[in-house]
Write a protein that binds this ligand. Structure first.
Ligand code: IMP
Length: 223
């Protein structure tokens, strides 16, 4: 029923505006189960069906070789959109530490070496060791997230979200993933990994980017 798919051009409203008709499938361009969980939780109130690359096992893994979050997010979204013929949403995110001149940045997932996001503990241990001599006041950092939404007709929309905070002196907490155990958001004395998922969503870079995406989707006629 009116799904955006394959080579069909997106339907247009009377003023030529894009019309998204529910129910709508959006394919997430990731296999990271924690990210899928967060995105599903934050978009739970939208009339959309979230699919992931697990539903499209033949889609190739995107090589994240761009030097900006936006570049990688757009590349992932476009490749998945072309492979599935469906609206695709990609997220590229990472941690920027002030005292490390913005590192690990786009290399967050593989900061301690290796490929992919399987080295969370080694990654944050590397950041902690690099900040060993840095006092609390100079341990500022931010998470950055760029979400890219690719439409089958070639249009792309991007949404950014930021979470400011600082790097603690030791890992604390067990929830979340990645650098959560060492990131203390501004105005708090506990790490993301000591928060519930819902608490983190209200503060997180991904939560903020997704709020912008939601506003965009709500602004589309008939959604
Ligand atoms: P991506 O999958 O290429 O976007 O890599 C993002 C990497 O940045 C992850 O593997 C984590 O190391 C880190 N990262 C991104 N978002 C978060 C977050 O919400 N919490 C903790 N680490 C994150």
């Amino acid at each position: 029923m009116g799904k955006i798919s394959g080579s069909m051009p997106s339907p247009r409203g009377p003023g030529g505006e894009r019309v998204i008709t529910p129910p709508m499938d959006i394919v997430l361009a990731t296999r990271n189960k924690k990210k899928i969980e967060e995105i599903k939780r934050i978009t739970a109130d939208l009339p959309i069906t979230i699919l992931s690359l697990d539903n499209f096992p033949d889609c190739p893994e995107t090589v994240e070789d761009k030097d900006t979050f936006e570049g990688n997010a757009v590349k992932k979204a476009v490749e998945v959109c072309q492979c599935t013929g469906k609206l695709a949403l990609a997220d590229d995110s990472g941690l920027e530490v002030d005292a490390l001149n913005g590192a690990p940045g786009v290399y967050s997932a593989r900061y301690a070496g290796g490929s992919g996001g399987g080295n969370d503990i080694k990654n944050y241990e590397k950041v902690l060791s690099e900040l060993e001599a840095v006092p609390a006041k100079k341990r500022g950092a931010q998470f950055v997230c760029c979400m890219a939404l690719a439409f089958p007709d070639g249009k792309i929309e991007t949404f950014f979200g930021y979470a400011k905070g600082r790097i603690g002196s030791e890992p604390k907490g067990k929830t979340g993933f990645g650098y959560d155990p060492v990131f203390i958001p501004q105005g708090f004395e506990k790490t993301f990994a000591e928060m519930t998922g819902h608490e983190k969503d209200k503060l997180s870079h991904r939560g903020k980017a997704l709020e912008k995406l939601k506003q965009f989707l709500h602004s589309q006629p008939r959604l």
